[in-house]
Design a binder for this molecule. Structure first.
Ligand code: DC
Length: 213
């Protein structure tokens, strides 16, 4: 079985940085599944479509090209908001399923970062992390990141975005954001990135030992 490392958690929890560093450490390919939903959101907006229209969003998801993930626009605040809105459509999630599932079959392993990796995309992943942090801490990290990218954004607006995203991503019965029962919870609120990465690495090493890798 491929050694899939599933890294789930809410927006701006630090999961992207942790996933990227785990991928570099083990030499595994990385899939940031948030970028898929962001690219769908950006695609709908580019065609002047309605983010809340499931048919329009599903059509964009089906035609998604992986090169769309490299565009700088997918990393903006607007793209994150659009992603969260298109992600509620089951047809969009279904259209993106095979691409994600196929990625998890890569040998000898992969790192996949998202919301539903440990529950839906790779329920048999041998290593699962659920990375979280308090909303205020996540808002501060996201604010610094966006300011670093040159976006003029207000901290209070970003905190409101985080609360809205949490409610949308995790607030429904069929919502993507739930911790898998066998995922290890990693709360990074009081941790530096070094400490968080170190804790994540230890969780993965435990899983590797269990799988005798
Ligand atoms: O991780 P991110 O902020 O780039 O994700 C953007 C949005 O995409 C997020 O608010 C919810 C959605 N998403 C999802 O529903 N399922 C995933 N596996 C990844 C992201």
């Amino acid at each position: 079985m491929a050694f899939v490392i599933a890294v789930d958690g809410p927006a701006a929890s630090g999961k992207g940085t942790i996933a990227g560093r785990l991928a570099a450490l083990y030499g595994y390919p990385l899939l940031d599944t948030g970028l898929l939903y962001r690219a769908v959101g950006v695609g709908v907006l580019a065609s002047a479509g309605d983010l809340d229209d499931p048919i329009a969003a599903q059509a964009v998801a089906r035609a998604l090209d992986l090169s769309d993930l490299d565009r700088a626009e997918v990393r903006t605040r607007a793209a994150g908001e659009a992603a969260s809105r298109v992600a509620v459509h089951p047809g969009v999630r279904a259209a993106l399923f095979d691409l994600q599932r196929d990625f998890t079959k890569r040998q000898p392993g992969s790192v996949v970062d998202g919301r539903d990796i440990g529950t839906v995309i790779a329920p048999h992943a041998p290593a699962k992390l659920y990375v979280t942090a308090r909303p205020e801490v996540r808002a501060e990290r996201r604010w610094k990141q966006l300011v670093g990218q040159g976006e003029a954004v207000d901290f209070e607006d970003i905190l409101a975005d985080i609360h809205k995203r949490d409610a949308r991503d995790g607030g429904r019965k069929d919502a993507p954001m739930t911790q898998a029962p066998d995922a290890v919870l990693l709360d990074t609120s009081e941790m530096t990135i070094e400490q968080a990465f170190d804790a994540a690495r230890r969780i993965v090493e435990d899983a590797r030992a269990r799988h005798r890798l």
